[in-house]
Design a protein around this ligand. Structure first.
Ligand code: ATP
Ligand code: MG
Ligand code: MG
Length: 546
């Protein structure tokens, strides 16, 4: 059921297996190593790997590295790491740049067949000549060059005799096709740029629309799954497969890309956030990258389950980001230990509790999963509660602490507020309360009821901690051109407070549910010995329902 809703693709595969067109299917995930993977890529990864898995096939990881200007090995490493973290194993590991020789010779074949020519026009002129949807394209003077001249010029392009932009190689298809993609697309350009894999061997590089179908065919990919914007390119994809005489014939299938509310998912824009230092790198916990989500505390299982459930459609739509949050809550609810933390501390002195006494109370680790057992938490005369759990002049229906009111301390006792201590500026800095020993949690006390239950941390043994609270990085529903204006200046809030003493052993990536707050992850970069830093993964409740 992994890809339950990708039925239209499954049906194609089933037919192709049933008809004997293929004995085995091969899919691929083909990232360009020009940035880190994001949650949109996860959708494609889950789809490709799980489809192949379901039908006993294979999935290749192929780096689509045909544009040396933007590519880097840093990205190659991060992409591999992210796919492995998600839990997938690729069959073949390939680099499109390893096929440059073959791509070149297939281009020579096109020239020999009279199906490609060297163009002298500039990029702007080519664009103008290509016409519009309502206006047919115009043929370039270079279109009728002889095969011999084209072979000679193309070889000289390869040998570095021309500057960037001076010449390109174009496929000779149809300048009046209603599909503009078929109006003699450029298939090779000159770029005197060192490539991360091939170094300075090449100064001409194939264009994506030419390279991609060849890469698929060279690897024997049977089903080449891509996003909807490539639908118009499918005739071109098939044209290259046919006229380059590729032995293996892959089928391009398009599906809707993932869009998420309040989220940018273009690597170009994400890179801008990184380069402008608006975020702390590609793995900033606010980033929709796989590495950002991981650092934030998202689990691989939650991301995969989300990708499976959103399904695969044929038309674009936008998924509510709260759906992603729903899946991480679901995944953590039975496994994350419960603990108490105070993010904005207010000291409470329990005046009738003995000065030198500390008692250790039993607290369940996860009420939804009793097998996780219990933990010991200290209680004494001084504790911290949350500042927002006290109001001097509360409105009606405020059931937390206020002068004269009694509340329950989770796992401990009822306390009643008797006195409010303020500093010179009138800020509340301490509360004086009394506790009732009869009301101890677990004692079966039923004498009277209180409406509020507060979390707290005992002051002497508490561990200091930093809490990083996140709001969406981008405000507004739509991605606009001027998207830096949509960056939320309040996407990160840092709070300094306290956690239970047993948290001293917490390791990077340990995940907890902080009672009444939400799920938190120990930040793997910022958290070091004696300095605990927690990332808010997601708050506890959401109005969102599946
Ligand atoms: P971006 O615009 O973010 O740079 P891209 O499509 O250029 O994305 P690639 O590295 O080429 O990035 O993507 C690798 C694969 O991931 C492609 O097959 C692409 O279709 C798929 N992919 C990218 N973004 C999404 C998305 N938002 N939803 C689903 N699949 C996606
Ligand atoms: Mg791409
Ligand atoms: Mg891109």
């Amino acid at each position: 059921n992994a890809t339950a809703s990708s039925n239209f693709i499954k049906n194609i595969i089933k037919e192709d297996l049933a008809s004997g067109k293929h004995d085995e299917i091969i899919t691929r995930f083909p990232p360009e190593p020009n940035g880190y993977l994001h949650i949109g890529h996860a959708k494609s990864i889950v789809l490709n790997f799980e489809l192949a898995d379901e039908f006993g096939g294979k999935t290749n990881l192929r780096f689509d590295d045909t544009n040396p200007l933007k590519e880097d090995v840093e990205y190659v490493h991060s992409i591999k790491e992210d796919i492995e973290w998600l839990g997938y194993e690729w069959d073949g590991l390939h680099f499109a740049s390893n096929y440059f020789n073959e791509m070149y010779s297939r281009a020579v074949l096109l020239i020999k067949k009279g199906l490609a020519y060297v163009e002298d026009l500039s990029q702007e002129e080519i664009r103008a000549y290509r016409g519009t949807l309502t206006e047919p394209g115009k043929e370039s003077p270079a279109r009728n060059r002889s095969v011999e001249e084209n072979l000679d010029l193309f070889e000289r392009m390869k040998n570095g005799e021309f500057q960037n932009g001076e010449k390109v190689l174009r496929a000779k298809i149809d300048m009046s096709s209603p599909n503009i993609n078929l109006r003699d697309p450029v298939i090779y350009r000159i770029s005197h740029t060192t490539h991360h894999n091939t170094g300075d061997k090449w100064c001409i590089y194939p264009m994506y629309s030419y390279a991609h179908p060849l890469e698929d065919a060279i690897e024997g990919v049977t089903h080449s799954i891509c996003t909807l914007e490539f639908e118009d390119q499918r005739p071109l994809y098939n044209w290259f497969i046919e006229h380059c005489e590729m032995e293996s014939v892959p089928k391009q299938i398009e599906f809707a890309r993932l869009n998420l509310t309040n989220t940018v998912m273009s690597k170009r824009k994400l890179k801008l956030l990184v380069d402008d230092k608006i975020v702390d790198g590609w793995d900033d916990p606010r980033m929709p990258t796989i590495s950002g989500l991981r650092r934030r505390g998202y689990t691989a299982e939650a991301i995969k389950q989300f990708c499976r459930e959103i399904g695969v459609a044929k038309s674009d739509n936008t998924v509510d980001v709260r759906m992603l949050e729903h899946f991480v809550r679901e995944d953590l609810k039975l496994t994350a230990p419960r603990t108490m933390s105070v993010l904005h501390p207010l000291k409470v002195v329990i005046t009738n509790y003995p000065e030198d006494k500390t008692e250790w109370l039993d607290a369940e680790i996860n009420p939804e999963n009793e097998e996780m057992g219990t933990r010991k938490i200290p209680f004494s005369r001084e504790i911290y509660i949350e500042q927002s759990d006290f109001m001097e002049n509360p409105p009606k229906k405020y059931f937390r602490l206020f002068p004269g009111n009694e509340v329950r301390l989770k796992h401990a006792y009822f306390i009643k507020c008797n006195e409010v201590i303020k500093d010179d500026n009138g800020n509340v800095v301490e509360l004086r309360c009394t506790y009732d020993p009869e009301t101890k949690s677990g004692s079966g006390f039923t004498g009277r009821k209180v409406k509020g239950t507060l979390h707290w941390v005992e002051a002497n043994n508490a561990k200091e901690a930093e809490f990083r609270l996140y709001d969406s990085l981008i405000k507004g529903e739509k991605e606009g051109d001027n998207f830096l204006d949509q960056v939320n200046p309040d996407s990160l809030t840092i709070a300094k407070g306290f956690v239970e003493p047993n948290m001293a052993d917490a390791k990077p990536h340990d995940k907890f549910q902080f009672f009444r707050h939400g799920y938190f992850n120990v930040d793997p970069k910022e958290s070091v010995e004696n300095r605990l830093v927690f990332n808010l993964i997601v708050e506890l409740k959401s109005s969102f329902r599946l």
